[in-house]
Each structure stands twice: as structure tokens, then as C-alpha cells.
Design a protein around this ligand. Structure first.
Ligand SMILES: Nc1ncnc2c1ncn2[C@@H]1O[C@H](COP(=O)(O)OP(=O)(O)OP(=O)(O)O)[C@@H](O)[C@H]1O
Length: 245
């Protein structure tokens, strides 16, 4: 894995400067400064209500009321994956993947993307016929076929069972290795962040409370003892002590 210093020398895919967001007078994001270098896999942790989705929506360009002293830059091709697949139930899986995709070779690209996520042969299935994990695979295919420079993922595995989650982790990391988009993964799960990401941010009281580089080779295992040190630092930043555990 490239060391953090090397990553920082790459051009920033996302640059936030003084990003602020309030709802009804309550400040949720309080002047966030952040660079996400191109091609970096970053995870964002934080308590429920800390503003993770708000930050992600701002970066995705979905929030027009966000304010910033120096602004917000993000790449043109951005894909977003949510906790639910958001597949349209009246369209077959391949048509969901292709929705709005230009080009004569779109269908071939869509089929290739489905094959990449392990859904070859399911092109004509209806979303309702897919399991939760398969639906999320289809959602990933829909994102990847657009060749995003930035993939924003908001708890994409939050609704899946533990075994499916582990398989999806391996798949996401594999897809990242192959396509190298910048990734910002919002999660509640400290282990998911440590196993997948090369950099983990903790959002706390409207600011980035901790910015941690996970300098360990991939693939990583949850049982890897050296990851324990990162886990402890992240849990401490989240205010989780042994008493809470
Ligand atoms: N459209 C909105 N109107 C009013 N308040 C909002 C709106 N969107 C978000 N908030 C508030 O902003 C705060 C941050 O919400 P956000 O969804 O970003 O948190 P989160 O860290 O993603 O939470 P969770 O982990 O539970 O999904 C919450 O207190 C929420 O109620």
C-alpha cells in the first residue's frame, strides 16, 4: 500500500474548505477542511447523528444549502451507493444498471459490470427476486458501469447479515483495486472501516476529530492482532471506553 505521504502528494479528488451545514440553527458540520486524494479508499466513522450522511450528500452535490468559505471541489463522475439498493422494482436488473447510460455498447458494459459483481446470468431477473446481498451487488454494478472517479457509499452493507457483509467487503475492495476510484465509505462499523480503508476519519462535533492512516497490507483479516491498535484509537475517538463495552 502507498504510504499516506505519497497519497497526499497526488491531486485531490475532493477538497473541502470551511464546509458548514446547519439545520434550523443547529450546526452539524462546523467548518470542515478535508482533502481526499485521488484513488484513496477512505472510511468515515461517527456517532449516529454526527453528520456523516450530511457530509456525503454535500460532496455528492445533493445539498444546495451547504456553505463553505473556500468551497467544495469534487470530480464530475460521482456515483453514490446507499444502504438500500434503490433498484427500480419494475425494471429488470440489467435495465436498472443501464438506466440513463449513453452509448451503443452500454448493454455490453452493463453485462460486464454485472459479471464483475458475480451476477452473470441474472440480467433478466426482477429486483424483487434478488437477495439483499445480490441487490447491493447490482447497485455496485450500476455505480461502476459509470466509471466513477469518486464512489460515495453510505452504509452500503448496513442491512446485510454478517456473512454477506464479509463477502461484500472482499468484493468492494477487489473492485476498488481494479478500478481505483476514490472511495468515501460511511459506516458505523469500526472493523469494517479498518479492514477496508487505508484512511479512517472520525466525525465528531461537526469536525474531523481523528484522521488515521491504516498502514497495513491487504487483504486484512478482522483477527489480525495489529489492527487492534487502530481499533482502540478509533474507539477512543468515538468515546467508547471499556466501561461502555
Ligand atoms: N433535512 C434535514 N432537516 C433537518 N435536520 C436534518 C436534516 N438532515 C439531517 N439533519 C440532522 O442533522 C444531523 C446529522 O444527520 P446525518 O443523517 O448526517 O447523521 P449521520 O451521522 O449520517 O447519522 P446516522 O449514522 O444515524 O445515519 C441529525 O441530527 C439530523 O437530524
Amino acid at each position: 500500500m502507498a504510504p499516506h505521504t505519497e497519497q497526499l502528494s497526488r491531486p485531490a479528488a475532493v477538497r473541502l474548505s470551511g464546509l458548514t451545514r446547519s439545520f434550523e440553527g443547529r450546526t452539524v458540520l462546523d467548518g470542515i477542511d478535508l482533502d481526499l486524494p485521488a484513488g484513496q479508499f477512505t472510511a468515515l466513522l461517527g456517532h449516529s447523528g454526527s453528520g456523516k450522511s450530511t457530509l456525503l450528500r454535500a460532496i455528492a452535490g445533493l445539498d444546495h444549502e451547504v456553505a463553505g468559505s473556500g468551497g467544495l471541489t469534487a470530480p464530475e463522475r460521482v456515483s453514490v451507493v446507499f444502504q438500500d439498493s434503490r433498484l427500480l422494482p419494475w425494471m429488470r436488473v440489467l435495465d436498472n444498471v443501464l438506466l440513463g447510460l449513453p452509448g451503443k455498447d452500454a448493454a455490453d458494459r452493463g453485462r460486464a459490470a454485472l459479471a464483475e459483481v458475480g451476477l452473470a446470468g441474472r440480467e433478466r431477473a426482477w429486483p424483487g427476486e434478488l437477495s439483499g446481498g445480490e441487490a447491493q451487488r447490482a447497485a455496485l454494478a450500476r455505480s461502476l458501469v459509470r466509471e466513477p472517479e469518486l464512489l460515495l457509499a453510505d452504509e452500503p452493507f448496513g442491512a446485510l447479515d454478517a456473512l454477506t457483509r464479509i463477502r461484500m467487503h472482499a468484493l468492494l475492495r477487489e473492485l476498488w483495486e481494479r478500478h481505483r476510484p476514490s472511495v468515501l465509505l460511511v459506516t458505523h462499523d469500526v472493523d469494517e472501516a479498518i479492514v477496508l480503508a487505508d484512511r479512517v476519519l472520525v466525525l465528531d462535533r461537526g469536525r474531523i476529530g481523528l484522521d488515521l492512516t491504516i498502514d497495513r497490507p491487504h487483504p486484512r483479516s478482522y483477527r489480525e492482532p495489529l489492527l487492534g491498535e487502530y481499533r482502540e484509537r478509533l474507539l477512543a475517538a468515538l468515546g467508547v471506553t471499556e466501561d461502555h463495552a
